[in-house]
Design a protein around this ligand. Structure first.
Ligand code: FAD
Ligand code: PYC
Length: 430
């Protein structure tokens, strides 16, 4: 994978700047003299829109604001480095097999964008439609699976029910013996689902946004949201005040803190979510398998590491790490379902802070403060939504009203009661 400093602008315009010889030369020059893939500008005193949070969602929002809505005086303000939050910490599962129509609309919108995104950004996102299989381990899960697959198909989204024998054929390392604590009784498969390289998503959007004139300002923490007469006027940052009549907040696990800066309270809880990888090995699994009942999922990265994830830790926290019992539980389940795993060593574990709403669906909304918008609450499942989320949020910021896809996700649903309960679809990490 090329690093973001390699400078692929020449390639973007169809004029290759790097031949095989120059790549070889660069392998020896310790990355010296490489062109930056995006600028490192000083914050300007004023922008047409400020996006707080340089994760995938924030960067995508800025890109679509500039490229689709012609709002080019945009800053993305990131307190650390872009992609250093959940965007760079997730397990990269992409799928659109949700239960409710509202969810199908937004996640399928995102999946369709994923399908052309490497081309659109001219950045190899390593998007791989290797399929996502969700296992059923009980009679209850089998019934729930039928309901879910019918709903998914009614929305025109691909989903196939599989028997244990078919699952064994797809995933030879799985143990399907009926004596398991959580026996594999069946599963459903979305072939168009898969994975993508998470930090490439941040880099690809950053480079494309930068090319549209967006200022990406790293190491710049927002410490306050200024408002006057019920409207936002800008943000206080560790690098000074930045004036703007439109501020979009896309800070995932920190959204509650940002809302408090504006005197608002969001129906969100922030919790740690953990994942881990094994040492790298030769390819042994070429799809993604999720087990909601045991809160464990597995895939294999292109580097060969087995990627495992767990459910959330049960307590609220802003620490980007979780507890050992969750990892122990994850590994016990992994060893039981995939016995080969017992012979591997864990290479690293990490955590991110996920922002979860009571219905496990996101918030894409205006707020009582004019010009202040929130895009958050993606919880354990927002990576897959990145392009769709940025696309509809840019539209909301530009038009000051949600489009048809975003409309069900405004804050009003918490007063009207029109919740979109997706705990089941988000199940594996809950
Ligand atoms: P982030 O990438 O977290 O970006 C928010 C940014 O805001 C951060 O960079 C942060 O530094 C910045 N910020 C915060 N406060 C401030 C401030 N005051 N000033 C300036 N900047 C600020 N989703 C899936 O779809 N599939 C998966 O397989 C999956 N697996 C996951 C596994 C784990 C272990 C975790 C933690 C999450 C997983 N998710 C998954 C969820 C997914 O990662 C998130 O929903 C998604 O990445 C959120 O993207 P974002 O851009 O909104 O947030
Ligand atoms: O949303 O598919 C998902 C997911 C899997 C693991 C974490 N989130």
């Amino acid at each position: 994978m090329v690093t973001p400093t390699l400078g692929m602008r020449g390639l973007r315009r169809g004029k290759p700047r790097y031949s095989i010889f120059s790549l070889a030369r660069h392998a020896l020059d310790y990355h010296e003299g490489w062109q930056r893939a995006w600028r490192a500008p000083e914050p300007q005193p004023e922008y047409d829109a400020v996006i707080i949070g340089g994760g995938g969602h924030g960067l995508a929002t800025a890109f679509y604001l500039a490229s689709l809505h012609g709002i080019r005086r945009v800053a993305v303000v990131e307190k650390s480095w872009i992609g250093g939050g959940n965007t760079g910490r997730n397990t990269t599962i992409i799928r659109s097999n949700y239960l409710w129509d509202e969810s199908a609309a937004i996640y399928e919108h995102a999946l369709k964008l994923w399908e052309g995104l490497s081309q659109e950004l001219n950045f190899n996102l390593m998007f791989s439609q290797r399929g996502v299989l969700t296992l059923a381990h009980s009679e209850h899960e089998m019934k729930e699976m039928s309901r879910r697959v019918n709903a998914i198909r009614l929305n025109g989204i691909d989903s196939t029910v599989m028997t244990p024998a078919q699952i064994k054929q797809l995933v030879p390392i799985i143990d399907i013996s009926p004596s398991l604590r959580y026996p594999v009784m069946g599963g459903f498969f979305q072939q168009r689902g898969g994975t993508a390289r998470h930090d490439a998503v941040a880099w690809g959007y950053a480079r494309a946004a930068d090319e549209c004139g967006v200022d990406i300002i790293q190491n710049c923490e927002v410490t306050g949201i200024r408002q006057a007469k019920g409207a936002v006027t800008g943000v206080e940052t560790t690098r000074g005040f930045i004036k703007s009549a439109k501020v979009g907040c896309v800070t995932a696990g920190h959204s509650g803190i940002m809302a408090a800066m504006a005197g608002l309270r969001l129906p969100i809880e922030s919790r740690p979510l953990q994942a881990l990888v094994s040492e790298p090995i030769k390819p042994i699994i070429d799809t993604v398998v999720m087990s909601n009942a045991v809160h464990m999922y597995i895939s294999q990265s292109d580097k060969g590491e087995l990627v495992f994830g767990a459910g959330t830790d049960a307590y609220n926290s802003y620490a980007q790490r979780g507890s050992l019992p969750v990892i122990e539980h994850l590994l016990a389940s992994a060893v039981e379902l995939y016995p080969i795993v017992s012979r591997l060593r864990v290479m690293r574990t990490w955590g991110g802070i996920v922002d979860t709403c009571p219905d496990a669906s996101p918030i894409i909304s205006t707020t009582p403060v004019k010009g202040l918008y929130f895009n958050c609450g993606w919880g354990t499942g927002g990576f897959k939504a990145t392009p769709g989320s940025g696309h509809v949020f840019a539209d909301l910021i530009a038009q000051d009203r949600p489009n048809a896809i975003a409309a069900p996700y405004t804050l009003e649903r918490f007063t009207t009661g029109s919740l979109i309960d997706e705990h089941g679809a988000a199940g594996v990490a809950h």
